[in-house]
Design a protein around this ligand. Structure first.
Ligand code: BES
Ligand code: MN
Ligand code: ZN
Length: 497
């Protein structure tokens, strides 16, 4: 990817694609001194008059060889009202959708005009991320299609300097690559990407970084007492792993780290409490939390962020079988808590509980953030646009919200009142692994909370936002969470100095 900057006196000469954001607030007059702006403004005015297109937020249209314009294609992107606080996430998604729709077209030279947007730095980042993420191809297992790997030359029309733009381009590339890797891995089928090959992917991806990798196999997990994780794993002949990545820029092993934990269920059949067969194939993406943690760790390392961060990925497959755990079993977690298994499909919280308890004891982290496709209940409550955010600490919760905002991802804080924990009371053990259907996302979070102790903690339930077979993600996994986690660590670095 090559990127150059042009100022306001621009012309889309030779562009295969011209990306042009349009605000719904200011009339589409453009810059009268620039003939390209004028041409486009009159096109937009005509489209609006004929009601063929409106610049509502995130609405886009691609015009082929429009009249009077030397660019081969023009992609108009609606900004909606109020371009001062422009919605970065929907802008990026619109760019991504345009680039995706042109994936098999000969598009290499892109000119993008962002000079009309007030926060040009943010617009530039979102634009580049949208372009790079639009290239993602979910069809890696198709045997026939020749893959087009576009090598873009991007001309950014903005008042940002070349040096600043280069920095933005470099960082956007790192983040987009990390998101695209998370998307690719989370979409891999369960027969190909079970815990052992997942660890190999982690090794390959982190080989050219400073990340230190540690892997615990079954024997070690048993010796150390990961009773909940092993109970989930025991139904499958694909053995579990606990994969740990460490970014330690000062090589100071006494410094309390930030810990990120991601749910890595490589396939979730539900176990003995088996799921209905309709859409069960989607549960290959139940490892998305681990994929997001991996993506975030890679980006954190490549961006050379100054904070010590540890990424933990508990990896298991949840299957029924002769050795599978059953409802009614009692298992002992890493920290000694006994858990009565009510439903073997509530497996995510079991593997997270052990990983969290181990991290708390081993590292005494400054804070811990976990991310998981944890409950259908969260998807029902918040739909596909916002992930659930749960926290025992208002300050950390505010930081994560700010980070999500900067990363163009949406979260919504959910309650954690102690009354909700009553649903987890067991007659024979310390806890049940799930309550009834009521408040299912909250009771799952309450379960996790009991393993974090006093550590400031946030839990992100992305079962709804990570959903991709239909709706807003148009069949491709979104790689949700990578940007929030990266921005969070970046934010910590900013506020520390
Ligand atoms: N992986 C699922 C949650 C999920 C559902 C993710 C839909 C993405 C889309 C999780 O392991 C699960 O099965 N949760 C159960 C919990 C219940 C048994 C208490 C659920 O949500 O039904
Ligand atoms: Mn499940
Ligand atoms: Zn699951």
């Amino acid at each position: 990817m090559k990127i150059e900057v042009k100022d306001y006196d621009w012309k889309p000469i030779d562009a295969d694609l011209l990306l042009y954001p349009v605000s719904a607030e200011t009339p589409a007059t453009g810059n009268p001194e620039n003939s390209s702006d004028e041409t486009l403004s009159s096109l937009v005015a005509e489209l609006q008059q004929s009601k063929e297109w409106t610049p509502s937020k995130g609405n886009s249209i691609v015009l082929l060889a429009p009249r009077g314009c030397s660019a081969r294609r023009v992609g108009l992107i609606g900004l909606g009202k109020g371009n001062t606080a422009f919605d970065s996430g929907s802008f990026r998604t619109a760019v991504m959708n345009i680039v995706r729709s042109l994936r098999s077209a000969p598009v290499n030279r892109i000119t993008a005009v962002i000079s009309s947007i007030s926060d040009q730095e943010k617009a530039g980042r979102m634009l580049l991320e949208g372009i790079l993420m639009g290239q993602f191809d979910p069809g890696v297992h198709k045997s026939s299609e020749g893959r087009v790997d576009n090598n873009f030359t991007i001309t950014l029309v903005s008042s940002l300097g070349q040096e600043e733009t280069n920095l933005i381009a470099e960082q956007s590339k790192i983040i987009s690559d990390a998101v695209n890797l998370a998307r690719k891995l989370s979409n891999e089928p369960g027969n190909l990407l079970y815990p052992e090959p997942f660890v190999r992917e982690v090794q390959v991806a982190s080989a050219d970084t400073d990340l230190k990798i540690e892997v615990m196999k079954e024997k070690e997990l048993r010796e150390k007492g990961f009773g909940c994780l092993l109970a989930v794993a025991q139904g499958s002949c694909n053995k579990p792993r606990l994969c740990i990545l460490e970014h330690n820029p000062d090589s100071d092993h006494a410094k309390p780290p930030v810990v990120l934990v991601g749910k890595g269920v490589t396939f979730d059949s539900g176990g003995i409490s088996i799921k209905p067969s309709a859409s069960m194939e989607e549960m290959r993406a139940d490892k998305s939390g681990a994929c997001s943690v991996l993506g975030a760790m890679l980006a954190i390392s490549r961006l050379k962020l100054p904070t010590r961060v540890i990424g933990i990925m508990p990896l298991v497959e949840n299957l029924p079988g002769g050795n599978a755990q059953r409802p009614g079993d009692v298992v002992t977690a890493y920290n000694g808590t006994t858990v009565e298994i009510i439903n073997t499909d509530a497996e995510g919280r079991l593997i997270l509980a052990d990983a969290i308890a181990w991290a708390v004891k081993k590292f005494q982290p400054v804070c811990l953030v976990d991310i998981a496709t944890l409950t259908g209940a969260c998807a029902i409550a918040l739909g596909q646009y916002r992930a659930g955010l749960f926290s025992n600490n208002d300050k950390l919760c505010a930081q994560i919200s700010t980070a999500a905002d900067r990363g163009g991802e949406k979260l919504w804080r959910m309650p954690l009142d102690d009354e909700y924990k009553e649903a987890l009371e067991s007659k024979i053990a310390d806890l049940k692994n799930c309550g009834d259907r009521l408040g299912g996302a909250i009771t799952a979070a309450k379960f996790l909370e009991s393993f974090v102790g006093e550590i400031p903690w946030c839990h992100i339930d992305m079962a709804g936002t990570d959903y991709f077979p239909s709706g807003i993600n148009k069949g491709t996994p979104p790689g949700f969470g990578v940007r929030t986690l990266v921005e969070f660590v970046r934010l910590l670095a900013d506020t520390a100095c």
